[in-house]
Write a protein that binds this ligand. Structure first.
Ligand code: FES
Ligand code: FES
Length: 189
């Protein structure tokens, strides 16, 4: 991380950081106040991540930071120097859609689609948290009951709002993706 001042203007301090976004490395000089969301969208042109409230209340800006779901509007870019960031556009591999994206398609789990990139990234994080046995308000002991319920998925996805109200399809899509993955992760729970 390298910090420098613009000549004659100490107020314009920039810090050079390195981010790996959807598998592509970027060195970028950022203002200390810049969020990951603004750096992705405004500096790197990564528009698959969406700005909704910009206050940590809607979840539309959710990305995976080193594999953990993160609200990019609340994450300072300089705090993520060296991080691996995955957006919805970076999921999947070999030209194939990610299983969570496929489940959203099969369940028609979107209308306008604005919240969908954040929903998908959050769902990938939820499935990983289930595999790790992380508790939630709906299931304190995941190891004792490894099959997620619709109520548990709804609880874990509650930070991602959908103004189109597509929840009736989003929850089954995440449930299907979580259930399909369960046998792979069952031994680790
Ligand atoms: S834009 Fe980040 S939570 Fe709404
Ligand atoms: S599909 Fe429109 S906001 Fe969720």
């Amino acid at each position: 991380m390298v910090t420098s001042f613009a000549t004659g203007n100490p107020g314009r301090m920039k810090t050079e950081i390195y981010l790996r976004v959807d598998g592509v490395g970027h060195a970028v000089a950022v203002d200390a106040r810049s969020t990951v969301l603004d750096v992705l969208r405004e500096r790197l042109g990564v528009t698959s991540v969406k700005k909704g409230c910009d206050h940590g209340q809607c979840g539309s800006c959710t990305v995976l930071t080193n594999g953990r779901r993160t609200l990019s509007c609340l994450s300072l870019a300089i705090a993520q120097d060296g991080a691996e960031i995955t957006t919805a556009a970076g999921l999947g591999s070999g030209g194939r859609t990610h299983p969570v994206q496929q489940a959203f398609l099969e369940h028609d789990a979107f209308q306008c689609g604005y919240c969908t990139p954040g929903q998908v990234c959050s769902a990938v994080g939820v499935i990983d948290e289930l595999a790790r046995g992380w508790p939630s308000a709906a299931a304190a002991d995941v190891a004792a009951d490894p099959e997620p319920s619709a109520a548990e998925v709804a609880e874990r996805m509650s930070g991602n709002l959908c103004r189109c109200g597509a929840y009736a399809h989003i929850v089954p899509a995440v449930l299907q993706a979580a259930t399909d993955r369960a046998p792979m992760d069952g031994a680790g729970r």
